[in-house]
Design a protein around this ligand. Structure first.
Ligand SMILES: Nc1ncnc2c1ncn2[C@@H]1O[C@H](COP(=O)(O)OP(=O)(O)OP(=O)(O)O)[C@@H](O)[C@H]1O
Ligand SMILES: [Mg+2]
Length: 248
């Protein structure tokens, strides 16, 4: 099992933001986490990345206990999340942003004098991330010149430069137009099959079309888990997540 959460909790004082969540993600598996605002989805991501370590339970990466590992150690172990838009350099090109992201995880972080070989590796990482995120044709444009949707594609491309094994996407389509959502969905669908994904998404139709398995969270806990076709018609999910029966 690539990722295994065992009874993971994060409590903020009396608030049980995450309350005893157990979840397994296999190599190459794609999982969506659904749930209403405040259900604990982002906090659960933080337990996985180490931004907010779990206050209870265990997080295992390929069987290794990383419950208390630093975010850096987890990133080196193959866990990546999308960068926030605020991490983009708006005055630099798409390609330059990707080069900087590639160097972020490199050991020689501050060594700007690079050998020809290292430069070649960087180029191929950047080229592959550009192609995966449908940004090849725009590589020389400045970030401030591209659309919001393309900025979100760039965030995703940047998270790929560390060659992760597990990628966490927190609402990758938030704020996108319908046309931009279609592109984002294609980009996510086209990610390498060996890469495991956990996707938080409020757009239930978008999410269900992209994953093998769905976990629905409510008040910090897992309410329902199943295949997309099982979740689609689940009355509990409709009531809790949508707040009303679908079509009503
Ligand atoms: N650092 C924190 N300190 C205190 N409470 C927090 C903290 N982070 C999150 N919370 C609370 O934990 C609960 C879960 O928040 P979380 O952000 O994980 O929800 P979410 O499911 O991601 O919601 P959304 O869909 O709105 O993004 C909320 O009640 C939130 O206010
Ligand atoms: Mg959230």
């Amino acid at each position: 099992m690539l990722l295994s959460l065992q009874n993971v909790s994060i409590h903020f004082g009396a608030l049980k933001a995450v309350d005893g969540v157990s979840l397994q993600v296999a190599e190459g598996e794609r999982v969506a986490i659904l749930g209403p605002n405040g259900a604990g989805k982002t906090t659960l991501f933080n337990a996985i990345t180490g931004m907010t370590p779990a206050t209870g339970g265990q997080v295992l990466l390929q069987g290794q206990d990383i419950t208390r590992a630093t975010p850096d150690a987890r990133a080196h172990g193959g866990i990546a999340r999308t960068f926030q838009i605020t991490n983009l350099f708006f005055g630099l090109s798409i390609e330059e942003n990707l080069l900087l992201a590639t160097r972020g995880l490199a050991k020689s972080r501050w060594a700007f004098w690079r050998s020809g070989d290292a430069m070649g590796d960087e180029r191929s990482i950047v080229d592959s991330a550009l192609a995966r995120c449908h940004l090849e044709a725009k590589r020389h444009l400045l970030v401030k010149e591209i659309s919001y949707g393309e900025q979100r594609q760039l965030e995703l491309a940047m998270s790929l430069t560390s060659s992760p094994r597990l990628l966490l996407l927190d609402e990758p389509a938030a704020g996108l137009s319908p046309a931009e959502r279609v592109v984002m969905a294609e980009v996510i669908r086209g990610l390498p099959k060996t890469l495991s994904l956990i996707l938080i998404e409020h757009d239930i139709d978008l999410a269900l079309g992209l994953v093998d398995r769905v976990v629905c969270m409510y008040q910090g806990a897992v309410l329902v888990e199943g295949r997309p076709d099982e979740i689609r018609g689940n009355p509990q999910v409709q009531e809790i997540y949508l707040g009303r029966p679908r079509g009503a």
